[in-house]
Design a protein around this ligand. Sequence first.
Ligand code: GLV
Ligand code: GLV
Length: 323
Amino acid sequence: QLMKVYVTRRIPQEAMKALTGAGVCKVSVWDSDEPVPRAELLKGVSGAHGLLCLLSDRIDTEVLDAAGPNLKVISTLSVGFDHLAINEIKKRGVRVGYTPDVLTDATAELTVALLLATARRLPEGVQEVKSGGWSTWKPLWLCGYGLSGSTVGIIGLGRIGLAIARRLRPFGVKRLLYSGRAAKPQAPEVEGEYAPLDTLLSESDFIVVSCSLTPDTQGLCNKTFFSKMKSTAVFINTSRGSVVNQEDLYEALSGGQIAAAGLDVTTPEPLPTDHPLLTLKNCVVLPHIGSATYSTRGIMGVLSANNLLAGLNGTPMPSELAL
Ligand code: GLV
Ligand code: GLV
């Protein structure tokens, strides 16, 4: 008797092959690039032994109840797990797989790209070229901020935060501050100075949010936070949208309290096209593409398939979340 697996989206082909080729499970897939409707998810997951989901699927009590007592493993195609009701999952003895490490380099690269694009105003420049706004070389036109000699503050020097720091150092960053729950043993490698959040906010020219979304970090970047930043500072978030209070960010950007913001994550996702943040020239918004390289997404897919299979087989997972 094959175990039953539900997959909430079309996933990379290598991942699908790994799942179906193992011969231990019967796989049903919401075979679309669009999210599975809630009612469809509740139906599809019924009786499943394994669930492979994405960060856009909210896996809560309702879904766990719909799955029922067969459920042994949830494998998410993401490093973030704020979409999973961890306490409920733990209570039911369900194991969780996720995809740390394999997306660290791609996400750090995207963060650096977004930081430079925001600080040097690339989207505005591209727009001016296309619209005929480029009339001549002008000394003060489209000026922005550079990394050389700057102070960078990283909120959350975890796997990705550290990879961002390593990449920013060679740009001539003068000081690298970081904040978080505790000083990190890896920090000396990037000459990172552990600093209280207030110090980081008031001294940094670039602030990069790279922490996970938890009750402690939810809404962390609010009115008070932005009011402590330099008026010339650039704010970058590639973690989760809910770390930021977007109304407060809008006020800070439109009122000139901070210079610019680059966001790869928003609340909600997608951000509605009439959202106030999208009217601002000094706000660059990307559609949550931190890990989006062909190779990284393929590797994430296979890892999430292997995590799922290990969960079904009761063997150690390549990447199991400690609950
Ligand atoms: C992306 O945001 C992820 O959590 O993998
Ligand atoms: C810029 O192109 C310069 O020559 O200064």
